[in-house]
Design a binder for this molecule. Structure first.
Ligand code: GLU
Length: 485
């Protein structure tokens, strides 16, 4: 088995974001490409921002997208549990070890103490200020033990960030990155509620779960030096790092919820599901949002993506969200689907009583090339099942001329005699008739289309006539003459 192990580690503080899905996708593609293992880990240590149904939404979004994982809260695995809230003891164990080794310390400062220190020094809790605070570096061990046992005193565990050091790490997407430890405060590792911070839990779990590559959004880059320090302090090797470029709104800047909404863009994966996008299209679109295949190919299946994906073709600069591109990809994807697959995807929303499956499939075959989303099809299909109850007024006003009834009647008489009822033959009949009558094709086809569908435009009208059959066609041709004269 490959030693590649990667994880997608969402926090259930909100529903699955489209940017989160892109991260999950890149992690997935990398794992599958290298025959590695993909872990889903739920980072639920921030109880104040916890959203109860967020985890279910995340799982649903991943499943919908076709991103499956080898280990996770709902599938198990030998590195579990996969929810951080179920791993608290582990974080305490390593935090205690850090304290023991002098890499971390207990701090008993109240919120007011911290506020006063910030006002006084203008900096954070660090090598310069920690000596003036209430912590186990300063207090006697008796005092520390007393405070730890006093239930009325809250405490945290902080990382003792070394002074005047450089933290350097290599990022697969962005090269070598350097931070100075002066920029980093003594991070809280265990909060006063006993839960670990993101940094602590993330590092401990990535290590214990034997994660080989950390692939995540660029917004986590500022956390990375803190993690690197923690790996060092714990004596562990830092996994390979790769930070993905930000997704930008069409108006520039990070794609925040507010900005996205202003540009008519959904931020949650569930909104894309509700809006009728196909999972393959969203996946294809997200794959290209930050990764460049290096070829002209734009439409990919998931397995083609797995084949083509590599982290070194992931860019560093932010990428703009282009909704038109997504819509275009969705069209390409659906136009390549088989009618029976489309019918299944429409999940019973397209099921007209009295018509069998194969009739529905024929309707789909005719309408699909003009559809942008599958969900449009049922709403466009009425005239395949019932005679038009009225005719588009604007089309009537513009296109129904004094001689239209005459042309429709002439066409009706001709098709009456057709016995092999096929679209192509009907087309031939109309062509012949335009020659006999010495008129343009439009003079005939537009009133006929209006008669059959009630509309001024639509799919190939001869295909429609073939499907609805001879009797229905003749009846509708008669109806329009009667009603519009
Ligand atoms: N829990 C973090 C998030 O919500 C994970 C970041 C990481 O992958 O380290 O995205």
């Amino acid at each position: 088995m490959s030693s590649i192990r990667v994880r997608f580690a969402p926090s259930p503080t909100g529903y699955l974001h489209i940017g989160g899905l892109r991260t999950a996708l890149y992690v997935y593609l990398f794992a599958r490409k290298h025959s590695g293992q993909l872990v889903l880990r739920i980072e639920d240590t921030d109880r104040t921002r916890f959203v109860p149904d967020a985890e279910a939404d995340i799982l649903k979004g991943l499943k919908w997208s076709g991103i499956d994982y080898d280990e996770g809260p709902d599938v198990g695995g030998k590195y579990g549990p996969y929810r951080q809230s179920e791993r608290t003891e582990l974080y305490h164990k390593y935090a205690a070890q850090l304290v023991e080794n002098g890499e971390a310390y207990y701090a008993f400062d109240s919120a007011e103490d911290l506020e006063r220190m910030r006002e006084r020094t203008g900096t954070g809790y660090n090598a310069k200020t920690r000596a003036s605070m209430n912590n186990s570096l300063v207090l006697s061990s008796d005092e520390v033990n007393r405070l730890l046992e006093d239930p009325s005193v809250e405490h945290v565990i902080r990382l003792k960030v070394p002074e005047n050091q450089k933290v350097t790490f290599d990022d697969v997407c962005r090269g070598t990155i350097e931070f100075a430890t002066e920029e980093i405060d003594d991070q809280v590792l265990i909060k006063s509620d006993g839960l670990p911070t993101y940094h602590m839990a993330n590092v401990v779990d990535d290590h214990l779960m034997e994660i080989s590559h950390i692939i995540r959004g660029e917004d986590w880059l500022p956390s990375t030096p803190k993690h690197v320090l923690l790996y060092r302090a714990l004596g562990w090797e830092t996994p390979v790092l790769a930070h993905l470029p930000l997704i930008l709104s069409p108006t520039g800047g990070k794609l925040s919820k507010r900005k996205a909404e202003k540009s008519g863009i959904h931020v949650f994966v569930s909104d894309y599901i509700d809006a009728g996008y196909e999972p393959e299209a969203v996946v294809n679109f997200l794959a290209l949002l930050g990764w460049n295949p290096g070829t002209e190919q734009e439409i990919f299946t998931m397995s083609e993506l797995v084949e083509a994906f590599s982290l070194d073709r992931v860019g560093t600069s932010g990428v703009q969200f282009d909704k038109n591109k997504l819509d275009w990809i969705n069209e390409q994807v659906i136009h390549g689907l088989q009618p029976s697959d489309v019918l299944d995807r429409l999940e019973g929303t397209f099921n007209v009583e009295g018509y069998d499956r194969s009739y529905h499939e024929r309707v789909i075959e005719i309408l699909l090339p003009r559809a942008g989303k599958l969900m449009e099809i049922p709403g466009q299909a009425d005239y395949f099942f019932v005679d038009p109850s009225d005719y588009d007024e604007a089309v009537v006003a513009k296109r129904w001329k004094a001689d239209s009834a005459k042309f429709v009647r002439a066409f009706s008489e001709k098709v009456h005699a057709v016995d092999r009822w096929e679209g192509e033959r009907l087309h031939g009949v109309m062509e012949g008739l335009t020659k006999d009558l010495e008129v343009g094709f439009g003079k005939l086809i537009l009133p006929v289309r209006l008669a059959i569908t009630g509309l001024g435009s639509g799919p190939g009208i001869f295909d429609v006539m073939e499907l609805i059959g001879k009797d229905t066609t003749l009846r509708r041709l008669g109806n329009i003459i009667e009603r519009l004269g």
